[in-house]
Design a protein around this ligand. Structure first.
Ligand SMILES: Cc1cc2nc3c(=O)[nH]c(=O)nc-3n(C[C@H](O)[C@H](O)[C@H](O)COP(=O)(O)O)c2cc1C
Length: 379
């Protein structure tokens, strides 16, 4: 390995004393491939096989905390019957020497009626077209409990922790977004009320780990920087960050397509979003940075900005099942940065991912976008 990459392999110790072996994280990647009960399929197993060898931490894809939150093929964590699958994910990660964090998520109004096992689609506020109905106050409390139950299943399955999916327009973000959450009760309306759902989830998971006497169980939180047309700007997420750093979390994870992107609204547009969050967090929690880091030097340069304590990579892991091996063996010039049909077998993509390539869909931009398996045809 070239000397300059060694900094990426420095261990990191979280505030609960848990050490991860290096600064490299597999970003959560939905691969649109699971059985009817969220099980691993042969093609999913083939995709994950050996893919994160060398990484310190693997964040699992969007994992459904309740049946009424399912919007595409992904793992489930809402019943005892899911334990075997969750244990299998743990085994796959631990065999490869990576810590495994389960991403807890719910699609909210974006759930697909045909996938919710007969349960109605719900949201903080229902829509006029009747696609989703407004959750009652009791249902909101139950949903907070669902996140904690899912985390408990993860803990029992041997996960090293969980990440709350508070980004990318899913249920937790729907509660945070002023243009979606029009509730008149304690869970909506004012900014302070719109923060309550995400914060209540953190508290419920923390209580769960206290009950199990497992302070080593990691809790992370992922958020999107801004959605000007969808009810919040950088000013709002900076206020969210101010609240998150007061909570018993181990890390924050910002969802970015470009590590070096600048704010659109609500913060100094001359600075990058990463720099702004880094300064605001001010060392109170580690921040995971991500976004179009495709080569070893891009990963290194991003880390060397000092804005992120850990670096996550998504699409580079999709194209390079042996990404870290290539860096460690000094073959980083062989890292692929563009999908090439001639190497399709090497990527071990699931049928839905191959179909997205055929349709020229960038799944990170349409993120995460369900692709109907039935559309898949050979050739
Ligand atoms: C196929 C695909 C699936 C994704 N699935 C998830 C997901 O389940 N949860 C999530 O938070 N982000 C998801 N993302 C976003 C990635 O975690 C990451 O933030 C994004 O791809 C930018 O990083 P990259 O440029 O290294 O790929 C997905 C991205 C892609 C390409």
């Amino acid at each position: 390995m070239k000397e300059k990459y060694k900094v990426l392999f420095k261990p990191y110790v979280f505030n609960n004393g848990v050490e991860i072996k290096n600064r490299l994280v597999v970003a959560p990647l939905t691969i649109y491939d699971s059985g009817d009960n969220g099980e691993l399929t042969p093609t999913a197993r083939e995709f994950w096989r050996d893919r994160f060898r060398g990484f310190g931490m693997y964040i699992m894809p969007f994992t459904n905390v309740a049946p009424n939150g399912i919007g595409f093929e992904s793992p489930n964590a809402f019943s005892e019957s899911n334990l075997a699958t969750l244990k299998e994910y743990v085994k796959i990660a631990h065999q490869q020497g990576a810590k495994i964090i389960m991403q807890l998520a719910h699609s909210g109004y974006k759930a697909k009626k045909r996938m919710t096992k007969g349960y109605p689609v719900v949201a903080p506020t229902g829509d006029r077209r009747g696609r989703a109905r407004t959750m009652t106050g009791t249902e909101v409390k139950q949903m907070v409990a669902n996140f904690a139950n899912a985390a408990e299943l993860g803990l029992r399955a041997g996960m090293d922790g969980v990440e709350i999916q508070g980004a990318n327009g899913w249920l937790v973000e729907q509660f945070f977004a002023g243009n979606i959450n029009h509730r008149k009760d304690e869970w909506g309306g004012s900014f302070a009320n719109r923060l309550k759902f995400p914060l209540a989830i953190i508290d419920a998971i923390d209580e769960m780990r206290t009950k199990h006497n497992r302070p080593d169980f990691i809790i992370g939180y992922r958020f999107s920087p801004e959605r000007p047309r969808q009810g919040f700007t950088m000013k709002d997420t900076l206020a969210l960050v101010d609240e998150l750093v007061k909570k018993p979390l181990q890390y924050l994870h910002v969802s970015l397509l470009n590590f070096y992107s600048h704010p659109r609204r609500g913060a100094d547009r001359k600075l990058t979003r990463m720099q702004i969050y880094h300064e605001r967090i001010n060392g109170k929690l580690p921040l995971i940075g991500v976004g179009s880091l495709k080569t070893a030097d891009q990963i290194l340069d991003a880390y060397n900005t000092g804005w992120a304590d850990l670096i996550a990579v998504g699409r580079a892991v999709m194209l390079n099942p042996d990404l870290i091996d290539l860096i460690k063996s000094g073959n980083e010039d062989q890292i692929e940065t563009k999908f090439n049909w001639k190497h399709a077998a090497h990527y071990r993509y699931t049928p839905a991912m191959l179909q997205a390539e055929r349709d020229h869909i960038d799944m990170a931009i349409h993120n995460p976008r369900p692709v109907k398996k039935t559309k898949w045809k050979k050739g």
